[in-house]
Design a protein around this ligand. Structure first.
Ligand code: NAG
Ligand code: NAG
Ligand code: NAG
Ligand code: NAG
Ligand code: NAG
Ligand code: NAG
Ligand code: NAG
Ligand code: NAG
Ligand code: NAG
Ligand code: NAG
Ligand code: NAG
Ligand code: NAG
Length: 383
């Protein structure tokens, strides 16, 4: 009896296990089903807020296909949850439905180059897996939602060329994985929050063409991975924090068209050795052009016009073999003496030079004959 009992016990328990497995599987499948049904409803709400679309993109969003096969929708293989929404450049007009916040598996949103208007719903803050948000080139207004700062996986935020107003939320400082922050060409006001210094992964920031003001926070200098800084055409004032000139990774430093003061540090060529673009035009910079700049071998653009920069132009700028644009017009350079233009000769070594602006200064003397030896690329010569 005993062995038989054992067998039947074993049989019973495997039957039990089997039915538990079945239950478990059913549970998983119900959960998946509920999850993807939430996604489907959220996508339909999203479609509902799109009042017009040019090329029939959203026609495929209908019951004849599972939503994971709708155009622009990508789902995870395993759980069939929506992970990406890629609807760039389809002429979509309408607003972004708050129901987008129900697509909680979303990692990637690309709605760039459409005509979305309305505001970015606070509900995006529920997308805690979101890594990549590109809404560039739409007509989105309102403020940057504070709740976006809850999407702690964000790497890329691109909201350029919209109608955003209001301040940059200080709460965004918590996005410690953020690499790219592009807010160019909006109507943002206020200043750059001090919390920017907490964006420890940040490599690229552009806020060009806004209505930002105030001084640049010293905390910008904490961004040890920064390569691209572009804050031109705003109303920033005060001194540029010296800490910014200490971020050796910077390749592009563009602060033109503001009310900034200060002078370029004498050792800039040593502290910013990877610069390709230095653009500080139309500000109130003073001081001289640092000689060390000729050590920045990758420099392509040196753009300093409309400031109060004085003194001589370094006469070995020709060491900058990659120089394409040299604009020092409308400053206080030169001493009205015959030595002033000697730097021109060395520039004949810059075989990529396309543009040279020297007008509106205090240069004296005669143009050297070497001016005939300029690069054939030269198309603008401003004297
Ligand atoms: C939703 O999940 C259920 C259960 O896994 C599956 O049968 C169904 O095809 C899924 N629907 C879509 C649109 O993926
Ligand atoms: C989606 O989210 C909203 C809140 O934002 C909620 O009211 C609604 O019930 C959700 N819809 C579904 C289908 O889960
Ligand atoms: C539904 O989507 C399918 C697949 O794109 C398409 O062939 C069909 O015309 C659509 N139906 C309607 C009513 O738009
Ligand atoms: C944006 O989309 C329009 C068509 O809607 C297209 O002509 C244009 O080239 C696109 N622009 C970009 C930058 O992709
Ligand atoms: C925004 O975030 C706050 C918490 O910071 C939360 O209470 C609120 O529900 C969120 N709003 C939406 C619309 O998700
Ligand atoms: C976001 O969209 C803009 C505009 O089309 C594009 O230039 C940029 O490369 C996009 N960003 C990413 C990370 O794809
Ligand atoms: C930006 O906002 C200001 C007021 O804050 C307004 O006067 C101006 O017209 C706006 N500019 C654009 C381009 O919307
Ligand atoms: C920056 O981060 C530190 C610690 O990580 C935190 O104590 C501080 O409050 C944050 N500052 C801002 C302005 O977010
Ligand atoms: C720049 O870095 C150097 C060397 O690390 C340091 O001595 C100096 O104090 C820094 N200057 C500023 C303004 O941060
Ligand atoms: C350029 O760097 C070298 C060391 O690499 C240094 O000796 C020289 O003084 C620097 N030139 C200028 C103009 O700073
Ligand atoms: C430059 O020097 C010449 C004489 O060498 C003088 O006539 C002229 O006024 C000076 N120009 C300026 C702007 O100082
Ligand atoms: C141009 O560069 C060469 C090699 O670096 C150097 O020998 C020469 O003196 C330079 N010419 C001028 C005009 O600076």
């Amino acid at each position: 009896m005993e062995p038989q009992n054992n067998i039947s016990n074993a049989f019973c328990s495997s039957l039990l296990l089997f039915s538990m497995n079945l239950l478990f599987l059913q549970h998983v499948s119900t959960a998946t089903h509920l999850g993807n049904e939430t996604d489907r409803l959220a996508l339909l709400e999203f479609k509902h807020q799109v009042v017009n679309y040019r090329d029939g993109t959203l026609n495929s969003w209908n019951d004849s296909l599972p939503h994971c096969q709708w155009q622009g929708v990508t789902c995870s293989y395993r759980h069939q949850r929506v992970t990406a929404l890629n609807l760039r450049g389809h002429g979509l007009v309408g607003s972004i439905s708050p129901h987008i916040g129900n697509l909680t598996f979303l990692r990637f949103i690309d709605l760039r180059n459409n005509s979305f208007n309305g505001e970015i719903p606070q509900e995006v803050g529920r997308l805690f897996r979101l890594r990549h948000l590109n809404l560039t080139n739409n007509a989105i207004g309102g403020a940057i939602p504070v709740n976006l700062s809850r999407c702690s996986e964000l790497r890329i935020i691109e909201l350029a060329t919209n109608n955003l107003v209001g301040k940059i939320p200080p709460e965004m400082g918590s996005l410690n994985k953020l690499v790219t922050l592009f807010l160019r060409a909006n109507n943002l006001t206020g200043s750059i929050p001090h919390s920017v210094g907490n964006l420890s992964s940040l490599e690229q920031i552009t806020v060009t063409f806004n209505n930002l003001e105030g001084s640049l926070p010293i905390q910008l200098g904490q961004l040890k991975r920064l390569t691209y800084l572009s804050i031109g055409v705003n109303h920033f004032s005060g001194m540029v924090p010296q800490t910014l000139y200490n971020i050796s990774t910077i390749t592009s430093f563009s602060v033109g068209d503001n009310l900034l003061k200060g002078s370029l540090p004498a050792n800039i060529g040593l502290t910013l050795p990877r610069l390709q673009l230095l653009s500080i035009g139309a500000n109130q910079f003073s001081g001289t052009i640092p000689y060390s700049i000729t050590n920045v071998s990758e420099l392509q653009v040196l753009d300093l016009p409309e400031n109060n920069v004085k003194g001589p132009v370094p006469n070995n700028l020709g060491d900058l073999k990659n120089l394409r644009i040299l604009n020092v017009g409308i400053n206080l350079l030169g001493t009205n003496t015959s030595q002033d233009l000697s730097f021109i000769t060395s520039l004949t070594n810059c075989s990529n030079l396309q543009r040279l602006d020297l007008d509106g200064n205090n240069f004296g003397g005669e143009l050297p004959n070497s001016i005939g030896n300029f690069s054939h690329q030269l198309t603008v010569l401003g004297l």
